[in-house]
Design a binder for this molecule. Structure first.
Ligand SMILES: O=C(O)CCC(=O)C(=O)O
Ligand SMILES: [Fe+2]
Length: 337
């Protein structure tokens, strides 16, 4: 095995009560110092079953401009569909290490699908307290089943994940329509400009083992998602934080709610009207935190830029138009866009 998994490091450190040096963040990042506690500001929670549709639409549009993040409840995905989907993901991470390694991202493979741990070089010398499994879940032609835990390793993984995907697609369609109308476009125009029915749903399962010094470490470090939007379900352990005006706020855990992030491609499409949210995750001393973001991404060859109907002489484009693959390459390699 080339990379040491955080899950293994956590087991070794359990009795030491300390974390290895390369997980200790600099002071300006340490959650123990930088989190605003008892915050008055709260990320909006939106009821998708509210009889007042205008209110739902306005709340989503406002939250996307203001925070770039919100939670939705009564979204139509049954609680047991979410629980089963989460249970099979948890079962994967409970497999013996060598069985998980079968699904590891091959080091020479293009793309990011597979089981993995961020390499140090990607994080400027610091390590993040998290392992992950990435694989696509939609559309069917884009799926690589080699990265889905098979039935011998995790029974029902495929059924539970497909069931969740089916319901999630309904929520994605709904949100993209609302966001499109919020820009003054026809309801299908935002989706069409992002890749239409070729939009890729990329699942990531994050596994954050217990961390002896959670105030010094971070799970996923601060970033914006590259996606158009991201829909996420966490487990019950607090950890997600959003940044606003330079401060970090906890995103309250609400059972069965979906957390929605506006990602970079939606910010670009909207010419900056919607904000791609800066966020990060903290870890817990006793408990394992997990989360299941699904990134709704343009296909690799899709050109994305400010929508032509939103730019003119008075409103020049604030972002370049480029292929999603090129955007992703620049982001990974920290090349200015
Ligand atoms: O774990 C979470 O709640 C968020 C993770 C995240 O932001 C990511 O994986 O991009
Ligand atoms: Fe993220």
């Amino acid at each position: 095995m080339e990379v040491e998994r955080v899950q293994d490091i956590a087991l070794k450190q359990k009795n030491a009560n300390t974390i290895p040096e390369d997980f200790i963040r600099s002071q300006h990042e340490q959650p123990g110092i930088t989190t605003v506690h008892g915050a008055v500001l709260e990320i909006p929670v939106i009821d998708l079953d509210d009889p007042d549709e205008g209110k739902i639409n306005r709340s989503i549009i406002n939250a996307s401009q203001d925070w770039g993040m919100f939670q939705v409840v009564n979204h139509g995905i049954p609680g047991e569909v979410i629980s089963k989907f989460q249970e099979v993901g948890r079962k994967f991470f409970e497999l013996p290490q060598e069985e998980k390694e079968v699904y590891a991202k091959p080091s020479d493979a293009k793309g990011i699908e597979g089981y993995g741990t961020k390499l140090q070089k990607e994080l400027e010398g610091k390590k993040a307290w998290v392992d992950h499994l990435f694989h696509k879940i939609w559309p069917p032609a884009a799926i690589n089943y080699q990265f889905w835990p098979n039935n011998n390793d995790v029974p029902s993984y495929r059924e539970a994940t497909e069931e969740y995907t089916k319901y999630l697609r309904g929520v994605v369609e709904k949100l993209l329509k609302i966001l499109s109308v919020g820009l003054g476009l026809e309801e299908n125009e935002a989706k069409a400009a992002l890749g239409g029915d070729d939009l890729v749903y990329l699942l990531k399962i994050n596994y954050y083992p217990p961390c002896p010094q959670p105030e010094l470490a971070l799970g996923v470090v601060d970033h914006t998602d590259m996606s158009s939007i991201t829909l996420l379900v966490p487990n019950e352990v607090q950890g997600l934080q959003a940044s606003r005006d330079g401060n970090w706020y906890d995103v309250k855990y609400i059972p069965n709610a979906l957390v929605i992030h506006i990602g970079d491609q939606m910010q670009i499409l909207s010419n900056g009207k919607y904000k791609s949210v800066l966020h990060r995750t903290t870890v817990n001393k006793e408990k394992t935190r997990m989360s299941w973001p699904v990134f709704i991404e343009p296909p690799q060859d899709q050109e994305v830029g400010p929508h032509p109907k939103l730019v003119n002489e008075d409103n020049p484009p604030k972002f370049k138009t480029k292929k999603f693959s090129e955007y992703a390459y620049c982001k990974f390699n920290k090349i200015p866009q």
